[in-house]
Design a protein around this ligand. Structure first.
Ligand code: AKB
Length: 314
Protein backbone atom coordinates (compact mmCIF):
# COMPACT_ATOMS: atom_id res chain seq x y z
CA UNK A 1 0.00 0.00 0.00
CA UNK A 2 1.29 3.43 -0.94
CA UNK A 3 1.70 6.35 1.49
CA UNK A 4 1.76 9.64 -0.39
CA UNK A 5 2.68 13.21 0.60
CA UNK A 6 1.11 15.85 -1.65
CA UNK A 7 2.34 19.44 -1.77
CA UNK A 8 -0.04 22.16 -2.98
CA UNK A 9 -2.93 19.93 -1.89
CA UNK A 10 -5.45 22.81 -1.79
CA UNK A 11 -4.77 23.89 -5.39
CA UNK A 12 -6.70 23.09 -8.56
CA UNK A 13 -5.22 19.61 -9.08
CA UNK A 14 -4.40 18.82 -5.45
CA UNK A 15 -7.88 19.37 -4.04
CA UNK A 16 -9.31 16.68 -6.35
CA UNK A 17 -6.27 14.43 -6.36
CA UNK A 18 -6.37 13.98 -2.58
CA UNK A 19 -10.02 12.87 -2.78
CA UNK A 20 -9.21 10.34 -5.50
CA UNK A 21 -6.10 9.03 -3.74
CA UNK A 22 -7.92 8.69 -0.41
CA UNK A 23 -10.45 6.46 -2.19
CA UNK A 24 -7.73 4.43 -3.94
CA UNK A 25 -5.24 4.01 -1.08
CA UNK A 26 -7.14 4.83 2.15
CA UNK A 27 -7.58 8.10 4.04
CA UNK A 28 -4.71 7.60 6.47
CA UNK A 29 -2.26 6.98 3.59
CA UNK A 30 -2.64 10.41 2.01
CA UNK A 31 -0.77 13.26 3.70
CA UNK A 32 -2.14 16.50 2.28
CA UNK A 33 0.09 19.56 2.69
CA UNK A 34 -0.28 23.17 1.66
CA UNK A 35 1.07 26.58 2.62
CA UNK A 36 -2.36 27.31 4.19
CA UNK A 37 -4.23 25.26 6.76
CA UNK A 38 -7.66 23.86 5.88
CA UNK A 39 -9.88 22.74 8.75
CA UNK A 40 -12.14 20.97 6.26
CA UNK A 41 -9.32 18.87 4.76
CA UNK A 42 -7.76 18.22 8.17
CA UNK A 43 -11.06 16.58 9.20
CA UNK A 44 -10.78 14.14 6.29
CA UNK A 45 -7.24 12.85 6.82
CA UNK A 46 -3.66 13.80 7.72
CA UNK A 47 -3.02 17.47 6.87
CA UNK A 48 0.16 19.48 7.49
CA UNK A 49 1.13 23.07 6.73
CA UNK A 50 4.23 22.95 4.48
CA UNK A 51 5.93 25.82 2.67
CA UNK A 52 7.86 24.11 -0.13
CA UNK A 53 10.58 26.74 -0.01
CA UNK A 54 11.50 25.30 3.42
CA UNK A 55 13.37 22.02 2.74
CA UNK A 56 13.58 21.01 6.43
CA UNK A 57 9.81 21.16 6.80
CA UNK A 58 9.20 18.88 3.78
CA UNK A 59 11.77 16.42 5.17
CA UNK A 60 10.27 16.53 8.67
CA UNK A 61 6.70 15.84 7.46
CA UNK A 62 7.76 13.13 4.98
CA UNK A 63 9.82 11.38 7.67
CA UNK A 64 7.21 11.72 10.42
CA UNK A 65 4.50 10.18 8.25
CA UNK A 66 6.85 7.58 6.71
CA UNK A 67 5.63 8.26 3.19
CA UNK A 68 6.99 6.34 0.19
CA UNK A 69 5.92 8.86 -2.49
CA UNK A 70 5.89 12.63 -2.99
CA UNK A 71 3.49 14.23 -5.46
CA UNK A 72 4.81 17.74 -5.78
CA UNK A 73 2.12 20.10 -7.09
CA UNK A 74 2.89 23.42 -5.37
CA UNK A 75 3.71 25.96 -8.10
CA UNK A 76 2.72 29.32 -9.59
CA UNK A 77 0.94 29.12 -12.96
CA UNK A 78 1.96 30.86 -16.18
CA UNK A 79 0.25 34.27 -15.98
CA UNK A 80 1.18 34.80 -12.31
CA UNK A 81 4.75 33.72 -13.04
CA UNK A 82 4.96 36.39 -15.77
CA UNK A 83 3.88 39.02 -13.22
CA UNK A 84 6.42 37.89 -10.61
CA UNK A 85 9.24 36.05 -12.37
CA UNK A 86 11.66 36.05 -9.42
CA UNK A 87 9.04 34.72 -6.99
CA UNK A 88 8.07 32.12 -9.60
CA UNK A 89 11.66 30.97 -9.86
CA UNK A 90 11.96 30.71 -6.07
CA UNK A 91 8.73 28.74 -5.64
CA UNK A 92 8.71 26.67 -8.83
CA UNK A 93 12.41 25.79 -8.97
CA UNK A 94 13.30 26.09 -5.27
CA UNK A 95 10.25 24.06 -4.23
CA UNK A 96 10.95 21.36 -6.80
CA UNK A 97 14.62 21.09 -5.84
CA UNK A 98 13.71 20.84 -2.14
CA UNK A 99 11.09 18.15 -2.77
CA UNK A 100 13.46 16.16 -5.02
CA UNK A 101 16.17 16.29 -2.36
CA UNK A 102 13.76 14.82 0.20
CA UNK A 103 12.83 12.10 -2.31
CA UNK A 104 16.54 11.32 -2.74
CA UNK A 105 17.30 11.33 1.00
CA UNK A 106 14.34 9.14 1.92
CA UNK A 107 14.28 7.04 -1.27
CA UNK A 108 10.76 8.05 -2.33
CA UNK A 109 8.89 7.74 -5.62
CA UNK A 110 8.29 11.20 -7.09
CA UNK A 111 5.69 12.84 -9.34
CA UNK A 112 5.58 16.43 -10.54
CA UNK A 113 3.64 17.91 -13.47
CA UNK A 114 5.21 19.73 -16.36
CA UNK A 115 2.98 21.58 -18.83
CA UNK A 116 2.36 22.52 -22.45
CA UNK A 117 4.04 25.73 -21.21
CA UNK A 118 7.37 23.90 -21.53
CA UNK A 119 7.13 24.53 -25.29
CA UNK A 120 7.83 27.81 -27.05
CA UNK A 121 7.32 29.67 -30.32
CA UNK A 122 9.99 27.64 -32.15
CA UNK A 123 8.37 24.30 -31.19
CA UNK A 124 6.33 22.61 -33.97
CA UNK A 125 2.77 23.85 -33.31
CA UNK A 126 0.66 20.91 -34.50
CA UNK A 127 0.93 17.37 -33.16
CA UNK A 128 3.90 18.60 -31.15
CA UNK A 129 6.16 15.55 -30.73
CA UNK A 130 7.23 14.13 -27.36
CA UNK A 131 10.88 14.95 -28.05
CA UNK A 132 11.25 18.31 -29.79
CA UNK A 133 12.60 21.85 -29.54
CA UNK A 134 11.86 23.45 -26.14
CA UNK A 135 12.80 27.13 -26.03
CA UNK A 136 9.91 28.67 -24.03
CA UNK A 137 9.70 32.45 -23.72
CA UNK A 138 7.90 32.62 -20.34
CA UNK A 139 9.29 32.24 -16.81
CA UNK A 140 6.79 29.41 -16.23
CA UNK A 141 8.08 27.63 -19.34
CA UNK A 142 11.69 28.11 -18.28
CA UNK A 143 10.78 26.59 -14.88
CA UNK A 144 8.98 23.67 -16.51
CA UNK A 145 11.81 22.77 -18.90
CA UNK A 146 14.38 23.08 -16.11
CA UNK A 147 12.09 20.97 -13.90
CA UNK A 148 11.80 18.24 -16.53
CA UNK A 149 15.59 18.12 -16.84
CA UNK A 150 16.07 18.17 -13.07
CA UNK A 151 13.73 15.20 -12.64
CA UNK A 152 15.62 13.32 -15.39
CA UNK A 153 18.86 14.17 -13.59
CA UNK A 154 17.64 12.87 -10.22
CA UNK A 155 16.65 9.61 -11.89
CA UNK A 156 19.86 9.17 -13.87
CA UNK A 157 22.27 10.38 -11.18
CA UNK A 158 20.61 9.17 -7.96
CA UNK A 159 18.09 6.56 -9.11
CA UNK A 160 15.07 8.52 -7.76
CA UNK A 161 11.93 7.06 -9.38
CA UNK A 162 10.79 10.37 -10.90
CA UNK A 163 7.75 10.45 -13.20
CA UNK A 164 5.70 13.25 -14.79
CA UNK A 165 3.39 14.47 -17.52
CA UNK A 166 3.03 17.68 -19.50
CA UNK A 167 -0.48 18.75 -18.56
CA UNK A 168 -2.64 20.78 -20.91
CA UNK A 169 -5.18 23.28 -19.52
CA UNK A 170 -7.20 21.38 -16.90
CA UNK A 171 -10.94 21.92 -16.64
CA UNK A 172 -12.93 21.18 -13.52
CA UNK A 173 -16.02 22.30 -11.61
CA UNK A 174 -14.48 21.72 -8.16
CA UNK A 175 -11.62 24.15 -7.46
CA UNK A 176 -11.07 27.00 -9.93
CA UNK A 177 -7.52 27.48 -11.22
CA UNK A 178 -5.72 30.75 -10.50
CA UNK A 179 -3.21 32.65 -12.60
CA UNK A 180 -3.11 30.34 -15.62
CA UNK A 181 -3.39 31.14 -19.33
CA UNK A 182 -5.93 28.37 -19.97
CA UNK A 183 -8.23 29.48 -17.10
CA UNK A 184 -10.71 30.95 -19.61
CA UNK A 185 -11.79 27.41 -20.45
CA UNK A 186 -13.02 26.99 -16.86
CA UNK A 187 -14.45 30.51 -16.43
CA UNK A 188 -16.56 30.11 -19.58
CA UNK A 189 -18.59 27.32 -17.94
CA UNK A 190 -19.16 29.26 -14.70
CA UNK A 191 -20.32 32.30 -16.68
CA UNK A 192 -22.49 30.17 -18.98
CA UNK A 193 -24.47 29.06 -15.93
CA UNK A 194 -24.41 32.42 -14.14
CA UNK A 195 -25.12 34.82 -17.01
CA UNK A 196 -25.31 32.92 -20.35
CA UNK A 197 -22.45 35.10 -21.59
CA UNK A 198 -18.67 35.21 -21.38
CA UNK A 199 -15.97 37.63 -22.52
CA UNK A 200 -12.84 35.72 -23.43
CA UNK A 201 -9.39 37.18 -22.76
CA UNK A 202 -8.00 34.71 -25.33
CA UNK A 203 -8.61 35.58 -28.98
CA UNK A 204 -10.83 33.65 -31.36
CA UNK A 205 -8.86 31.02 -33.27
CA UNK A 206 -6.23 30.43 -30.54
CA UNK A 207 -5.98 26.67 -30.13
CA UNK A 208 -4.56 25.09 -26.98
CA UNK A 209 -4.66 21.60 -25.48
CA UNK A 210 -7.19 20.93 -22.73
CA UNK A 211 -8.31 18.03 -20.54
CA UNK A 212 -11.14 17.28 -18.12
CA UNK A 213 -9.86 16.80 -14.57
CA UNK A 214 -10.98 13.14 -14.11
CA UNK A 215 -8.78 12.16 -17.08
CA UNK A 216 -5.85 14.08 -15.58
CA UNK A 217 -6.23 12.41 -12.17
CA UNK A 218 -6.54 8.97 -13.74
CA UNK A 219 -3.37 9.65 -15.76
CA UNK A 220 -1.39 10.47 -12.60
CA UNK A 221 -2.40 7.23 -10.88
CA UNK A 222 -1.83 5.18 -14.03
CA UNK A 223 1.65 6.63 -14.63
CA UNK A 224 2.70 6.15 -10.99
CA UNK A 225 1.61 2.51 -11.11
CA UNK A 226 3.15 1.83 -14.54
CA UNK A 227 5.87 -0.79 -14.97
CA UNK A 228 9.13 1.22 -14.79
CA UNK A 229 10.78 -1.11 -17.32
CA UNK A 230 8.36 0.22 -19.96
CA UNK A 231 9.01 3.92 -19.24
CA UNK A 232 11.43 5.20 -21.80
CA UNK A 233 10.64 8.86 -21.07
CA UNK A 234 9.67 8.76 -17.34
CA UNK A 235 9.28 12.53 -16.97
CA UNK A 236 7.19 14.93 -18.90
CA UNK A 237 5.02 12.72 -21.09
CA UNK A 238 2.86 14.74 -23.50
CA UNK A 239 -0.80 14.08 -22.68
CA UNK A 240 -3.86 15.77 -24.15
CA UNK A 241 -7.55 15.12 -24.69
CA UNK A 242 -8.88 18.16 -26.55
CA UNK A 243 -7.38 20.81 -28.84
CA UNK A 244 -9.78 23.75 -28.80
CA UNK A 245 -10.19 27.50 -29.30
CA UNK A 246 -12.75 29.69 -27.47
CA UNK A 247 -15.41 29.26 -30.20
CA UNK A 248 -15.26 25.46 -29.80
CA UNK A 249 -16.25 25.87 -26.14
CA UNK A 250 -19.00 28.33 -27.09
CA UNK A 251 -20.46 25.92 -29.67
CA UNK A 252 -20.33 23.00 -27.22
CA UNK A 253 -22.11 25.14 -24.58
CA UNK A 254 -24.71 26.38 -27.11
CA UNK A 255 -25.79 22.77 -27.66
CA UNK A 256 -27.18 22.97 -24.08
CA UNK A 257 -27.73 26.74 -23.68
CA UNK A 258 -28.69 27.97 -27.19
CA UNK A 259 -28.67 31.68 -26.27
CA UNK A 260 -25.15 31.58 -24.74
CA UNK A 261 -23.06 34.48 -26.11
CA UNK A 262 -19.28 34.66 -26.43
CA UNK A 263 -17.46 37.96 -26.91
CA UNK A 264 -13.77 38.89 -26.81
CA UNK A 265 -11.63 41.36 -24.91
CA UNK A 266 -8.09 40.09 -25.43
CA UNK A 267 -5.51 40.35 -22.63
CA UNK A 268 -2.18 40.93 -24.42
CA UNK A 269 -0.10 39.25 -21.71
CA UNK A 270 -2.02 35.97 -21.65
CA UNK A 271 -2.55 36.05 -25.43
CA UNK A 272 1.20 36.29 -25.96
CA UNK A 273 1.72 33.28 -23.71
CA UNK A 274 -1.01 31.30 -25.52
CA UNK A 275 0.47 32.20 -28.92
CA UNK A 276 3.81 30.73 -27.83
CA UNK A 277 2.23 27.35 -26.92
CA UNK A 278 1.30 24.46 -29.25
CA UNK A 279 -2.10 24.09 -30.93
CA UNK A 280 -2.13 20.37 -30.17
CA UNK A 281 0.39 17.95 -28.71
CA UNK A 282 1.00 14.32 -29.63
CA UNK A 283 0.32 11.91 -26.74
CA UNK A 284 1.53 8.75 -28.50
CA UNK A 285 4.55 8.11 -26.23
CA UNK A 286 2.26 8.11 -23.15
CA UNK A 287 -0.18 5.81 -24.97
CA UNK A 288 2.59 3.38 -25.94
CA UNK A 289 4.59 3.39 -22.70
CA UNK A 290 1.84 3.29 -20.05
CA UNK A 291 -1.51 3.10 -21.80
CA UNK A 292 -2.69 6.73 -21.47
CA UNK A 293 -6.14 7.27 -22.95
CA UNK A 294 -8.49 10.20 -22.23
CA UNK A 295 -12.18 9.38 -21.81
CA UNK A 296 -13.70 12.85 -22.22
CA UNK A 297 -13.96 14.84 -25.44
CA UNK A 298 -15.24 18.45 -25.44
CA UNK A 299 -18.92 17.41 -25.67
CA UNK A 300 -18.82 14.83 -22.88
CA UNK A 301 -16.89 17.27 -20.69
CA UNK A 302 -19.24 20.18 -21.46
CA UNK A 303 -22.32 18.20 -20.52
CA UNK A 304 -20.83 17.17 -17.19
CA UNK A 305 -19.41 20.64 -16.43
CA UNK A 306 -22.76 22.32 -17.06
CA UNK A 307 -24.74 19.70 -15.09
CA UNK A 308 -22.39 19.90 -12.10
CA UNK A 309 -22.12 23.70 -12.09
CA UNK A 310 -25.88 24.05 -12.37
CA UNK A 311 -26.17 22.17 -9.06
CA UNK A 312 -23.15 23.90 -7.47
CA UNK A 313 -24.18 27.47 -8.32
CA UNK A 314 -27.88 27.07 -7.65
C1 AKB B 1 -1.52 27.55 -17.21
O1 AKB B 1 -2.34 28.03 -18.04
O2 AKB B 1 -0.58 28.19 -16.73
C2 AKB B 1 -1.66 26.09 -16.85
C3 AKB B 1 -0.84 25.22 -17.75
C4 AKB B 1 -1.30 24.90 -19.10
O3 AKB B 1 0.21 24.80 -17.35
N1 AKB B 1 -3.05 25.72 -16.90
Amino acid sequence: MKKILITGALGQIGSELITKLRTEYGESNIVATDIRFSEEEAQKGPFEVVDVTNPDRIYQVAKAHQVDTIMHLAALLSATAEKMPKTAWDINMGGLMNALEVARELNLQFFTPSSIGAFGPSTPKDSTPQDTLQRPTTMYGVNKVAGELLCDYYFQRFGVDTRGVRFPGLISYVTPPGGGTTDYAVEIYYEAIKSKAYTSYIAEGTYMDMMYMPDALHAIVQLMEADPAKLEHRNAFNISAISAEPMDFAKAIQRHIPDFKLSFHVDPVRQKIADSWPNSIDSSAAEAEWGFKAKYDIDAMTKEMLDRLELKLK
